[in-house]
Design a protein around this ligand. Sequence first.
Ligand SMILES: Cc1cc2nc3c(=O)[nH]c(=O)nc-3n(C[C@H](O)[C@H](O)[C@H](O)COP(=O)(O)OP(=O)(O)OC[C@H]3O[C@@H](n4cnc5c(N)ncnc54)[C@H](O)[C@@H]3O)c2cc1C
Length: 237
Amino acid sequence: MAPHIVILGAGTGGTLTANRLRKELPEAHVTVVDQDDVHVYQPGLLFVPFGLARPEDIVRPRGAQLHRGVEYHQSEIDLVDVEQRRVFLADGMMLNYDVLVVATGCRLVPEETEGLIGRGWTRNTFTFYDLNGATALARALEGFDGGRLVVNVVDMPIKCPVAPLEFCLLADWYFAERGIRDEPFDEVSGEIFILVWVVFVTDNRIWLTVCKRPVRTASIFTSRMSAVMFWKRYCRC
Ligand SMILES: Cc1cc2nc3c(=O)[nH]c(=O)nc-3n(C[C@H](O)[C@H](O)[C@H](O)COP(=O)(O)OP(=O)(O)OC[C@H]3O[C@@H](n4cnc5c(N)ncnc54)[C@H](O)[C@@H]3O)c2cc1C
């Protein structure tokens, strides 16, 4: 009998795994489960705040990403019974499996940073790490004509540690294009603070590019420690 492979989660991980398995094991029956039908190309979220991508450009139905022959089922996952090799779904369905792939990703927890989701949340404090946040930030930046922009990197782990640096470079370009970024370190143009310890997991060439731009960085204790580690790792020669 054809093996049944069940993949939990139809994000990038689950989708790529399903399509690859479909190709490599054409005899297998592959079922993918996700709770919604909104596949967001997450790296594209970086471009939404600056009007370089519209939300509809980076969103597709999940089934449209899966190769023919891969079965898609939309439901919340309720329970995995590893002993009996079966998955119970919130819609009442039960799936038996021979192989289970868990690709349920991670979720944002801004409430774990004290004060972050206070009164300013989605008004003048945003995340660009999900679609609602990136869209709200795009609206806010459209009406932003001067002041200070602070890019704060919360405690690790974060999705895509290099994204804050990319965001800074894009913001630098965006404000320059709009004529409100002409004076380096001008307090009333788009001044940017970055907590830099993100640099350890990035390519240091990106960091060197940031250093050449009028971007100011602010450090906290951990980032000062990190700066020392950075120096030891990349600059001692
Ligand atoms: C701004 C930004 C920029 C990025 N840039 C890059 C980049 O340049 N390069 C790069 O490699 N990566 C980048 N990433 C990271 C990359 O996008 C993510 O690592 C990747 O999309 C994660 O895919 P995933 O499949 O593991 O998780 P997800 O995409 O989160 O998928 C998990 C899925 O599981 C589903 N799920 C979870 N729990 C349940 C449940 N109980 N029931 C049913 N379904 C459930 C969810 O609905 C979701 O669809 C970036 C991320 C962001 C946010």
